[in-house]
Design a protein around this ligand. Structure first.
Ligand code: ASP
Ligand code: MG
Length: 411
C-alpha cells in the first residue's frame, strides 16, 4: 500500500476533488489518502475560535456560516446532497468553560472532518471502494492542545488492527493534522501537520512510499514566489530534507522525515497539476549533498538577546536555565549566537513569546527585535553571500564554509 497526502490547495474547490479522483485512478495500488482542510478553511476556523473567545457571537456565527456555505457549494458542484449524503455540522462546538486551546482543537479539527467526508463520499459515488477513517479515534495523542504529542505505540496498534480488520478497500480516506485523546477529545498536531500524519501512517502500515501532492513541481532550491530562477532537486537524502525543512523550507513539515527514515520508506513530492511528472524523491539512496545553492526563508522571527544582570560573564552557567524557559514556553529556536556576556536566540514569533520574555526578564536584561526573517543559504559562496546581503539590513549573520544564515529585517 501507498500513502498519498493532499494539502489544502489541492482540494480548494470541486475541480481539486475531481483531480484527487484522477490521481487515485492512475494507480491500482491500495491507497491511504490523507487530506487537509479545503483551501483556507483552517484559517477561517481559527477566526471562529477567536470570535467565540472574544464573545463576538454574531461575528463567529457569520464566519461559521461562510465556512459551511463554502463546503455546501463544493458538495453541490460535485453532485452530492448536503444533509443527505453528508450530514452537516450544526452548531459551533464552543464551550466557554474550556480553555482557549481546547476549544481551538474541537473547532479547528472540523476542517479536516468536512474535507475528508466530501472526498470520501465523492470517490464512493464514482464507484471506487472507499472507507472513511476517523483519526480522532485512531491516532492517539496526549492533551497538549494545538500541539498534541502522538502516542506511537497506541496509535500504531490501533491503526494496524484497523487495517487488518478492514475490507481492504482500494482507498481509505482520512484526516491529516488531527488526532484524539484517550477520553475522546479531538486534538490537533500543529499547523501544517498533515504531512506528519501521512508519514506516521506510512510508518505504521509499512507503506511502499508516501507521496505529498503539492502545487509546486517538487522540492525546489528556492521559493518560486521570491526567486525567479528556481531549479528542481530530483533526489535527496533524508538528512538533507530534514535540514531543509528545519531551516524553514515550506515544502514538508519538519516532523515528516523521521518516521519514514526509520522504516526506509521513500518520500515523494509531486505536483498535483501534473501527476505523471517525476517530482522529488527523498530516500536512502538519495543523492547528496545537494549541488545547487539552496535559499530558505523562515519568516516571522524575533531575535531575543539576554545579558546577565550583574555583568558576571557566567552565561555558560545560565544556559540550562535559558533553555529551560525556552522549552517550557514552547519556543522554536532557529538560531543561537553567544558572546562572553550575551546570548541571542532567534525564534519563531508565536503567541508564546511575550510570556517567555517575561520569564527571561526575571534573571536577565532582555532586548528584542521583531519583524525579522531568517535566510539560510546552503551551498553558498562568498559571491552568493554578498549578493544576498545587497540592499538588506542584516541583524546577525553566521557563516560556515558552505552555509550562511542571515537574520534579515523585513521591509
Ligand atoms: N489544515 C491544517 C493547516 O492548514 C493542516 C495542514 O494543512 O497540514 O494547518
Ligand atoms: Mg492546510
Amino acid at each position: 500500500m501507498k500513502v498519498y497526502k493532499f494539502g489544502g490547495a489541492s482540494v480548494k474547490d470541486a475541480a481539486g476533488v475531481r483531480n484527487v479522483e484522477h490521481i487515485v485512478r492512475l494507480t491500482n495500488d491500495e491507497l491511504m489518502v490523507v487530506v487537509s482542510a479545503m483551501g483556507k478553511t483552517t484559517n477561517a476556523l481559527e477566526r471562529v475560535v477567536e470570535f467565540c473567545d472574544a464573545g463576538k457571537e454574531e461575528a463567529a456565527l457569520n464566519q461559521w456560516v461562510d465556512i459551511i456555505d463554502f463546503h455546501v457549494a463544493i458538495m453541490k458542484e460535485l453532485g452530492l446532497q448536503p444533509g443527505t449524503d453528508i450530514r452537516l455540522i450544526g452548531e459551533i462546538p464552543y464551550d466557554p468553560a474550556l480553555s482557549y486551546d481546547e476549544n481551538y482543537d474541537q473547532i479547528v479539527s472540523l476542517g479536516e472532518i468536512m474535507s475528508t467526508q466530501i472526498v470520501a463520499v465523492y470517490l464512493l459515488k464514482q464507484g471506487l471502494s472507499v472507507e472513511w477513517w476517523n483519526m480522532p479515534k485512531l491516532l492517539r495523542t496526549d492533551a497538549t492542545w494545538r500541539e498534541a504529542v502522538v502516542d506511537d505505540n497506541a496509535s500504531c496498534a490501533v491503526i494496524q488492527a484497523g487495517w487488518e480488520r478492514s475490507n481492504r478497500p482500494r482507498v481509505v480516506v482520512t484526516q491529516g493534522f488531527i488526532g484524539g485523546t484517550a477520553d475522546g477529545k479531538r486534538t490537533t498536531l500543529g499547523r501544517e501537520g498533515s504531512d506528519y500524519t501521512a508519514a506516521l501512517l506510512g510508518n505504521y502500515l509499512n507503506a511502499e512510499s508516501v507521496t505529498i501532492w503539492k502545487d509546486v513541481p517538487g522540492i525546489l532550491n528556492a521559493d518560486p514566489r521570491i526567486e525567479p530562477n528556481t531549479v528542481l532537486i530530483p533526489s535527496l537524502r533524508y538528512r538533507d530534507a530534514v535540514e531543509l525543512s528545519y531551516s524553514g523550507a515550506q515544502v514538508i513539515h519538519p516532523k515528516t522525515i523521521r518516521p519514514l527514515e526509520n522504516k526506509h520508506i521513500p518520500l515523494l513530492v509531486k505536483p498535483f497539476g501534473d501527476p505523471k511528472a517525476e517530482g522529488s524523491r527523498i530516500a536512502d539512496d538519495g543523492i547528496g549533498p545537494i549541488d545547487v545553492p539552496v535559499y530558505i526563508w523562515r519568516k516571522n522571527q524575533i531575535l531575543i538577546t539576554m545579558r546577565a544582570k550583574d555583568f558576571a560573564f557566567v552565561l555558560e552557567e545560565s544556559l540550562s536555565e535559558i533553555f529551560d524557559i525556552i522549552h517550557t514556553h514552547r519556543l522554536k529556536v532557529s538560531l543561537i549566537q553567544s558572546s562572553a556576556v550575551t546570548i541571542s536566540v532567534c525564534v519563531d514569533n508565536t503567541r508564546f513569546v511575550p510570556e517567555a520574555i517575561e520569564a527571561l526578564q526575571v534573571h536577565f536584561n532582555v532586548t528584542y527585535n521583531d519583524h525579522l526573517s531568517l535566510l539560510t543559504i546552503r551551498g553558498t559562496t562568498p559571491q552568493i553571500l554578498e549578493q544576498a546581503k545587497q540592499g538588506r539590513t542584516i541583524m546577525l549573520s553566521q557563516t560556515t564554509r558552505r552555509t550562511a544564515r542571515l537574520v534579515v529585517k523585513d521591509n
